[in-house]
Each structure stands twice: as C-alpha cells, then as structure tokens.
Design a protein around this ligand. Structure first.
Ligand code: ADP
Ligand code: MG
Ligand code: ZN
Length: 473
C-alpha cells in the first residue's frame, strides 16, 4: 500500500523526533519519574512534530508491555498498535476544526467519566484546538480544572493566541520550534537514501529552505518530486514549490545591474509568464538583496542566507557592489512591496519598480566608475555585462545612433565627431572607431566626447577610442 513519505516516516519514538531536544528531555524525564500532567499543550508551527509527539506520549502512557508509563513504548502491544493506526478505544484524536461546537465538548466530557477500556489512561488529543469555539473551550475548561484521575488531555495548536488564557494556564505547555535548515536537510537525506530517491545536494538544501522549518511540507514536496523519475534538480524544486530559482534570481540581478532595460523587462516577463506572481518576484528579490547585504557586512554569514541564491554566488555578486547600493535597493524594494500590494496592475508596478532600481544601481555605478582606475572599471563591468550585445562596426543601428549623437552636438564639434563610428555599444560603455589621423585628437578631447555621448544617449556612458585599422584586424 502506498503511503506518503510524511506519514510513512512519522516518528514513533521520542528519539526519532528531529530537533526539539528540550521537549524530548523534559518529556522523557517526566514519564520515567511518573510525573504525568493532567493536560499538555503543544504549540508551534505546522509540521514540527506536535501530533507525532502527542501520539508518542499516548503510547508511553498506555503501553501494555510496561507496568507503568514508559519513555520507550514497545510499539507492538495492542495499545501501541491501535494508537499508531488511530483506532484505539482509549486514545481519541479529535480534529477540533470539524468538532468545534459546545455539544462536541460536552460529549467529550461525558465520555471522560468512563474508565479506560484496556489501558491506564483515557487520552484526548485535541488537534488544532484553537478552532474550538469559545463556548466549547469554556465547557472544556471545567473538565480541565477537575479531570477524572484516569484522563489526560493533549492539546495541539499552531495558533496559541486563539486559545483561552484560562485553558493555557491549566496546561503544561511545550513550544515546538521551527526546524533548522540543517535539521531538515539531515532528515531529507536519510529518507531519500532509504527510498532511493536521487536528489542533488543543492536541490535538497533549497527544499529544506523553502518549507519554513516544517518537515511535513518538505516531505510532501519530496514525495511529489520523486515521481519525476530522474535526479531531482534545483530548478525542479523551484518549479514545484512555486519559488523563484537561483538561476532566475541571478539573471534578474544581472539585468538590473547591467542597466539593460530590455533584459530587465524580459527577465521579469519570463517569470510572470511562468506563473510567478509579481509579489513573489519582488519579495524574492528583496530576500536576495537582504542576503547580499548580510554577505557584504559579516564574514561568516553562510548560515544566515535566506534567499534562493547560494553563498558563493552571493559572495561573487556582492564583491561587485558597494554596501550603499545594496542598502538603497533594499529600501526601495521594501517601499515597492507596499505599493504592489495595493496596486490593481501589479505586473506593471513590478516593472516600474525594477526599472527604478536599475537606474539607481546604474547611476551609482557610473559615479563609482569615474572614481575608479580604468583596469578595475573593466573588471566590474566584465562580470555583469555578459548580456550586452556586441554588434559589428557597420551595423545600421550604430550608424543611426551615432548620427543622432552628432546631430545633438554643437555644430562646431560635428566635423570631428563625423570622423568616428560606433564600434561597440553597451548600456554603459561605447567604443568609437576613429580614423588613424584623428585618433590623437579624440584622445585629447575624450572627456568632452564622453559628455556629448552621455547627453545624447541620456545615460552615463564611458567612451574609449580605437583606431579603425586596429578594429579591422
Ligand atoms: N520533529 C520532527 N521529527 C521528525 N519528523 C517530523 C518532525 N516534525 C514533523 N515531522 C514529519 O512531518 C509529519 C507531520 O508531523 P506532525 O507531527 O503531524 O506535525 P504537526 O502536528 O506539528 O503539524 C510527520 O509524520 C513526520 O514525517
Ligand atoms: Mg498536527
Ligand atoms: Zn506497547
């Protein structure tokens, strides 16, 4: 019989519980010293082990192969077995979401008066107990105040703030923590090996990262991905989870940083067309920017990364940006996130936001580059400018563009400018091919030429000059 992974690998003993060390120790000690509370309250995010622990505790209290409560229930006796299969007469699991009325609570209280059928305790596991109506909670409270000696309540909830304080104060509370990425990776590793599921290490880490500390979601996604019948990759994880992949995040970052409007718009359109919401794109970009900030400001930040881009990639990107640029981008993205939420056309807002971001980083870089020596300039842009097209000297586009530049210049300068052609043009640099005998003149007036080109193109452009012969070679 097929069993989904998250149910197949439900912990059956406290030792099998991943993380939650304090809870394991406290419960073990309480059970071995027979200090059993009347009511327990398990709180914490979903998929962290509350229901599993409630069942383990029930088995520990009722195991028939021990004369008293035991921290190591046998798992074999009829009590243990029926608890595992949710068919025990003495242990009742109630889904409070569907039994939330006061009548349900009254019925439960009435049943509590009966002695257990075959084991030591009559145990009620009230899952998602915050869903009980206030009147039901109040009815339950009476029973919690003076429960029959053989009754133990185990209340579980993801939203403890919705539970009446009077109920909470009657219970011994255990706070389940969201599991760390490492803890989840460990469990994914164990289970994928046991099930012979091939999964790339970076895909495993991504899977662990996106499920917000809950193992159930991680295992459900692993189940789903294992049906693909090939090694699970990072991209597949991103697709199934709906998150944005490392590759896509990097492409978007590079497009923004290069100042290439077209590729920025293309990157965001591609993401939207593949079903990602503008809000998701924005927030995932914000997360990556935040990570860049972290990487930029602290040395050992490997474990602080929250976004989809890996540490080494972040390091290399961060090395080409300064702190202020990243910081400003974060601030702007944060502002835009608010606007995006209230906007009726979120896709357009996203584009506007990305373009704004681009101009900002572009501007900042332009300022920075005028301060940098020529060699480091090219290093900075080489890393990011892979996307820039390099078109041949005689490309008609370049001709038109140059004609526009010349036309925009003062008449006195036009004669000289006409001696040049554009050889290469990118968002922030322009190589001019100049006839040999005018090359020196261009060099001496390079600053003015640069001003003219920048003004005409409406963006900050670094101009370099090459002799035409050189280019032909
Ligand atoms: N701490 C944990 N250790 C091991 N497995 C866990 C843990 N938390 C959750 N799981 C996995 O997720 C599934 C659901 O866990 P469950 O106990 O129902 O979570 P909760 O009740 O907190 O939402 C389990 O069957 C198990 O496979
Ligand atoms: Mg649960
Ligand atoms: Zn047993």
């Amino acid at each position: 019989m097929y069993q989904p992974l998250h149910l197949k690998y439900r912990p059956k003993k406290l030792q099998e519980l991943v993380g939650q060390d304090t809870i394991k120790t406290t419960l073990t000690n309480a059970i071995t010293s027979s200090q059993i509370a009347r009511a327990y309250l398990f709180t914490g995010p979903r998929g962290t082990g509350k229901t599993s622990t409630a069942r383990i505790l029930a088995k520990s209290l009722n195991c028939l192969n021990s004369k008293k409560p035991t921290a190591t229930p046998c798992g074999e006796c009829s009590s243990c077995k029926t608890i595992d299969s949710s068919s025990s007469l003495d242990v009742t699991e109630i889904d409070a979401a569907s039994h939330n009325g006061v009548d349900d609570a009254r019925e439960l209280i009435e049943h509590s008066n009966f002695a257990p059928a075959m084991s030591r305790y009559r145990i009620w596991i009230l899952d998602e107990c915050h869903q009980l109506s206030t009147s039901a909670q109040n009815a339950l409270l009476k029973c919690l105040e003076e429960p029959p000696a053989h009754v133990v309540f185990i209340l579980c909830t993801t939203e403890v703030h919705k539970v009446l304080p009077t109920i909470i104060s009657r219970c011994q509370t255990f706070n389940f923590r969201a599991l760390s990425v490492d803890a989840i990776v460990g469990q994914l590793h164990k289970i994928s090996s046991a099930e012979s599921i091939a999964i790339a290490p970076e895909a495993m880490r991504e899977l662990a990262r996106i499920c917000d500390g809950g193992l159930r979601d991680a295992l459900q996604l692993l189940s789903q991905l294992s049906l693909l019948n090939s090694e699970i990759t990072l991209t597949q994880v991103a697709e199934v989870s709906g998150s944005i992949s490392e590759q896509d995040s990097i492409a978007l970052l590079k497009a923004i940083h290069s100042g290439d409007t077209l590729s920025v718009l293309q990157s965001s359109r591609t993401l939207i067309n593949s079903g990602k919401s503008p809000k998701l794109i924005l927030s995932s970009l914000l997360t990556v920017m935040r990570d860049l900030l972290v990487v930029k400001s602290t040395r050992h930040s490997q474990n602080l990364i929250a976004g989809s881009v890996g540490y080494s990639q972040l390091r290399s990107i961060a090395s080409t940006l300064d702190f202020e640029t990243i910081d400003a981008a974060c601030a702007q993205l944060q502002k835009s996130e608010v606007q995006l939420r209230t906007s009726t056309n979120a896709a357009i807002w996203l584009e506007v936001c990305l373009l704004n971001l681009m101009r900002k980083s572009d501007r900042d870089r332009a300022v920075k580059e005028t301060r940098l020596p020529a060699t480091s300039q090219s290093k900075v842009s080489d890393k990011f400018d892979k996307n820039h097209q390099k078109i041949e000297v005689d490309s008609p586009d370049f001709e038109t563009t140059w004609a526009q530049v010349v036309a925009a210049a003062k008449p006195a300068n036009r004669a000289l400018l006409n001696r040049a052609k554009i050889a290469e043009l990118s968002a922030d640099s322009c190589v001019l091919a100049v006839e040999k005998k005018y090359a020196n003149k261009f060099q001496t007036h390079l600053a003015s030429v640069q001003r003219i080109v920048t003004k005409a193109l409406g963006r900050s452009v670094t101009v370099t000059v090459k002799q035409q012969k050189e280019l032909a070679a």
